[in-house]
Structure formats: structure tokens, C-alpha cells
Design a protein around this ligand. Structure first.
Ligand code: PLP
Length: 569
């Protein structure tokens, strides 16, 4: 076999034989990997810090190639230390593992190595992109002329949306830049919106200060009254508001901004209405859930990522417009060496890129295989599982939900270890007490997260959040997405958090006392109070931190007195 492989590799023309060999070897590797991820008790990742991992994978790039015989061990090693997203315990991000059709479609894309910038090099794939974009836009109710294209990811799609809006509304900027515009353009997005909106403001030269954050309500949704107030304020400052980004499914809590109300405000003030439905837009496939994105029909542009909720392989992101011609109309430079005719099917001309992956066919083929019914089933299953986990968490006194009834598929909660409690309303309103509690809870969450990651059985993330003006301590965000998640996994997940949480408070107290091997004698008072280099204090086993988050300074004496009076007792 070895000899045969090397011969093939040496003969650079015998691609078919080489592919035959590689694909047949890959088949076992791939199927074995998927099986591995689904074994009961399988770990999602064998977590290693970078320095350790560097010793386990061969990062040397050779002069003489390793040949096919060296390939398989290398691939095995890559799989071994990578995150196995086929494992239902992977609940870390808004995407989950893909599906077998997804893998095959990626293989097809690689096989064709087609570039979907111009029709004549990717005729079939271009028509499929055009067709599936139009179907999506029509499902969203965006009108007769609607349609779109793909972009490499949700963030880039948001960027193209804002660029398109800016070029459409202020075409002179395309040629003359901002210098002679004499206008300060402003953009509105919620405080829970994705950072790509701000990055776009940065990239387009609008300035971060001109991306105006609209406050959210206590469920993490943009407040339309605040949006209108801020637009009016911006107008009073003689600025030029031009773009509203509403989010259908926020990144952390999964909240849905009220699209209908926001859309009406956009029309009232003549602003571009963009919806970032990267995460929640896919609910359009579910009759039962699509009311959550009601108002999508009002959008000028709408972003939807099948690589998140629909399980197509990364990346697969659509930017849709009520008028599909707008991308070319606003962004084309008509580079004649590439775009020879004015063909509506040369899709690359509507973007700011050149070469493009034919990502759309991943949804096209998935849709063909599963149908709207298949996607609907997938979505319904995910909601059922999210509800199951929510109930498990709600009925366990060691946990506390961030939102009692999650609007979407993110189940967000704290684990409250023994020795800590949930603050009551009065304590919550006491700013100092709250800050201390918040710091403690954040430490607990991070430590448990570290332990969970090291065990590797489940992988889910944590996040801090400002909700309704209040800084929340970091909490766990479990994303329910993969169809392979079932009740058993979720029971296990809760148990795993409980196991990881055992003794966490004690561990943190001890660890903080001796962090960096330093016990600060200076701060040791009456044997009850120790302070480490990071400003954490330990009062008879209750951890606190001096100083308010975000670098606001605090009178330490005041806090000390408070702690001694209220916590030690
Ligand atoms: C609401 C929202 N918009 C945009 C993005 C960016 O998507 P991508 O990672 O595909 O660029 C995300 C990512 O999670 C998101 O949650």
C-alpha cells in the first residue's frame, strides 16, 4: 500500500487514482469519527492549552512532503485534538455539528472547486444560489422583487448590508468619500446587538461613536421608545441617522427585537431597516415559531445563517434584500476583466469581494433533502429540548435562570454553590452588596466552566451581560441546536455542572488566599481578612472583591466597612 501511494503521489497527473485512495481511506476515518462523537460518555474535546498542544501536533512544515503514508496519521491526530461537533455535548456556539449531507456537499464544492463570482465559471451553482436566495426572501415576505446572495458569515453579511445602504442613500460617498458630505451619519443597534455592526461602523469610517446603542428591556429586546428618542436626539444634533439594525435572535439571550414596531419607526424617519437574523431568521421554517420574526417583511435587508440553526456546514450566510438588484446597483465597479457582460447572474459584482465560495448550494441541497418539513422538525425538536433543560434548571434549587422563560434556544443560568445565595430584592438594590455578589458569582461560573472544559464531556460557553441597565455576573449559556440532543444528554449536563460545582467555593477561597504564592501580610487584619494581588478579599470564607467593575474607583474603606458589617455577620 505504501509503495502504491507514493507512486501515485509522484505521478502528479494521476489525480483519479490518488483521489480514489484518499477518499477510500477517509471514509473509514470520517465514519469512525462520527461514531466516536455519538458514543455514550464520549468527550467533546481533549482540551489542551496551546503550549501543550504544540507538542502533540506536528507543526513542522517540511521541505520534502510526508506523502500519503504520513497523511492518515496526521489527519487522525487533527481529529483527536479537535472539537468533535458531532457530539451532542457540543453546545458552545450558535452552530452545532453539521449532518452527513453537509459533509457530502462540502466534498462536492471541493471537487468542483468552483468560484461563484461569474456565471460562466459556475453556471449551475449560480442558478441555485439565485433560486434559494429568492425562495428565502419570499418566505420572509420581503416582496416580489426580493432575493439575495451569500457572504462569508453573518458578520460580513451585516457589513455588506450597511455598505449597500450607505452607497444607495449617499452614492456620492462612493466616489468622493466623506470629506465633502458635510453630514455625520448615525446608526442604531441595540445594546445586545452583534459586535459586527460596530465593526462595520469602524470599517466604513463612520466612527464607533456614531453607532448608537439603544437600551434593551428586561428580556434583552431593543426598546422601540428608546430607539425613537435616540433618533430624535440625533436629528436634533443635526446628525443624519440612516441605518437601524434590529436583531432577530441576539447572541447571548436569543432575544427578538420587535421588528414590526422598529420597522415602522424606520419608515417614519426614512431610515434603512436591516434585520440581523443570523441566528433567529431560520425560524421562518417553522409555522409555530415564525411569529417571533414577524415584521421581517418590512426589512430592506435581512441576514440569515443556515450554518447556525439549520445545520448546514460553516459558512452559509445569506443577505437578502427587498430589491435583489440593489447589491449590484450600489456596489458594482464593473471590472471588465472579470464581469464581461452586464449579467444579473454575475453575483460577485454585488459584493466587495472577488472570488466566492458557492455556499448557497449547502442550503439548496439541504432544503432538497430535508424539505421545509425537515427543517421545521429540527427547529421544533430544539425548542422541545430547550424547554426540557429549562425545566430541569428551574426545578433545581442549585440553579437560577437568567430569564425565567428563554425566548429562544439559549438556556442561560447560574449555578449557585453551597454557601452562596441568590440576593433578595433589597440586597439586589444595594449597589455595594450587589457588586460583591456579582464578582463572586462570576468567579464561580468561570471556575466551573474551566472544570467542565477540562472534563470535556460538555462544551458550553459563559458570558456576562448588561440587562436592563444592570451588569449581570457571568452565567452559562447552553445552546440547544443539534437534533441529536435528547433528554438523557440534558439530564447528564445538569449532573455534570453539579459535579463540577462541588467544593468550588472552598477551592476558590483557598486558591485566592495563596494565589501566586503570595499572602499579603499588609492586608491581614485580625486573622480574618486576606487580600491577594488581584484585589480579592476573603472574609471568613466569603469571597469579595474591592472595586467596582469597569474600572470605576470605589472607596475601599467604605466597602470594607460594608463587608464587615453585612457579610461577616
Ligand atoms: C446575532 C448575530 N449576528 C451575527 C453573527 C456573526 O455570525 P458569523 O459568525 O457567521 O459571522 C452572530 C454570531 O454568533 C450573531 O449571533
Amino acid at each position: 500500500m505504501k509503495l502504491y501511494s507514493q507512486e501515485i503521489l509522484d505521478d502528479l497527473c494521476d489525480d483519479a487514482a490518488e483521489l480514489d485512495l484518499l477518499v477510500s481511506q477517509m471514509k473509514d476515518l470520517m465514519v469512525g469519527y462520527v461514531n466516536e462523537g455519538r458514543k455514550p460518555g464520549a468527550i467533546v474535546v481533549e482540551h489542551k492549552p496551546p503550549e501543550e498542544l504544540k507538542k502533540l501536533i506536528d507543526l513542522d512544515l517540511p521541505y520534502a512532503g510526508i506523502g500519503i503514508p504520513g497523511l492518515m496519521p496526521m489527519l487522525q491526530n487533527i481529529l483527536r485534538y479537535s472539537v468533535n461537533s458531532w457530539n451532542p455535548g457540543f453546545m458552545d456556539k450558535l452552530y452545532a455539528g453539521t449532518n452527513p449531507v453537509g459533509v457530502v456537499t462540502e466534498m462536492l464544492i471541493a471537487l468542483l472547486n468552483a468560484n461563484s463570482h461569474v456565471y460562466h465559471v459556475s453556471p449551475v451553482l449560480t442558478l441555485m444560489e439565485d433560486c434559494v436566495s429568492e425562495k428565502l426572501a419570499k418566505l420572509l415576505g420581503m416582496g416580489e422583487r426580493s432575493g439575495g446572495i451569500t457572504c462569508p458569515g453573518g458578520a460580513f453579511s451585516n457589513q455588506l448590508a450597511m455598505l449597500t445602504a450607505r452607497n444607495y442613500l449617499f452614492p456620492e460617498i462612493k466616489t468622493k468619500g466623506y470629506c465633502n458630505l458635510g453630514k455625520k451619519l448615525t446608526v442604531f443597534t441595540s445594546s445586545a446587538g452583534h459586535y459586527s455592526v460596530e465593526k462595520t461602523g469602524m470599517a466604513l469610517g463612520l466612527g464607533l461613536d456614531n453607532i448608537i446603542k439603544v437600551p434593551c428591556d428586561d428580556q434583552g429586546r431593543m426598546r422601540p421608545d428608546e430607539l425613537e428618542r435616540l433618533i430624535i436626539q440625533s436629528l436634533e444634533r443635526k446628525e443624519t441617522p440612516f441605518f437601524i439594525n434590529a436583531t432577530a435572535g441576539t447572541t447571548v439571550l436569543g432575544a427578538f427585537d420587535p421588528l414590526k414596531e422598529i420597522g415602522k419607526i424606520a419608515k417614519r424617519y426614512n431610515l434603512w431597516f436591516h434585520v440581523d437574523g443570523s441566528w433567529g431568521g431560520s425560524l421562518v421554517f417553522s409555522d409555530k415559531r415564525k411569529h417571533l420574526i414577524e415584521g421581517s417583511s418590512l426589512a430592506d435587508t435581512f441576514v440569515l445563517n443556515p450554518h447556525k440553526l439549520l445545520g448546514t456546514p460553516l459558512q452559509c450566510s445569506f443577505i437578502l434584500a427587498s430589491d435583489r438588484r440593489i447589491f449590484k446597483q450600489t456596489n458594482s465597479l464593473g471590472a471588465q476583466y472579470l464581469f464581461h457582460e452586464d449579467s444579473k447572474y454575475d453575483l460577485g459584482d454585488g459584493t466587495v469581494g472577488c472570488g466566492r465560495r458557492p455556499d448557497a448550494i449547502k442550503l439548496f441541497i439541504g432544503w432538497k433533502i430535508y424539505g421545509i418539513l425537515g427543517y421545521k422538525k429540527r427547529i421544533e425538536h430544539a425548542f422541545k429540548m430547550a424547554e426540557y433543560l429549562t425545566n430541569l434548571v428551574k426545578n433545581n434549587s442549585k440553579f437560577k435562570m437568567v430569564l425565567e422563560d428563554p425566548p429562544n434556544l439559549q438556556v442561560c443560568f447560574w449555578y449557585i454553590p453551597e454557601g452562596m445565595k441568590i440576593l433578595d430584592r433589597e440586597e439586589n438594590e444595594n449597589e455595594k452588596k450587589y457588586q460583591i455578589w456579582k464578582e463572586q458569582m462570576a468567579l464561580v461560573t468561570k471556575e466551573i466552566h474551566k472544570r467542565l472544559r477540562e472534563r470535556g464531556r460538555f462544551l458550553f460557553d459563559y458570558s456576562p451581560l448588561v440587562l436592563n441597565g444592570k451588569e449581570l455576573p457571568s452565567f452559562f449559556r447552553v445552546v440547544i441546536n443539534a437534533p441529536s440532543i435528547n433528554e438523557h444528554y440534558l439530564d447528564e449536563l445538569v449532573k455534570e455542572v453539579e459535579r463540577a460545582g462541588e467544593g468550588v467555593l472552598k477551592y476558590l477561597e483557598e486558591n485566592k488566599n495563596f494565589q501566586n504564592g503570595l499572602r499579603s501580610e499588609n492586608h491581614n487584619t485580625n486573622g480574618i481578612r486576606n487580600m491577594n494581588g488581584n484585589g480579592y478579599v476573603n472574609y471568613n470564607g466569603v469571597l469579595g472583591k474591592i472595586g467596582i467593575a469597569n474600572g470605576n474607583s470605589t472607596n475601599n474603606n467604605e466597602i470594607n466597612d460594608f463587608i464587615i458589617a453585612n457579610i461577616i455577620n
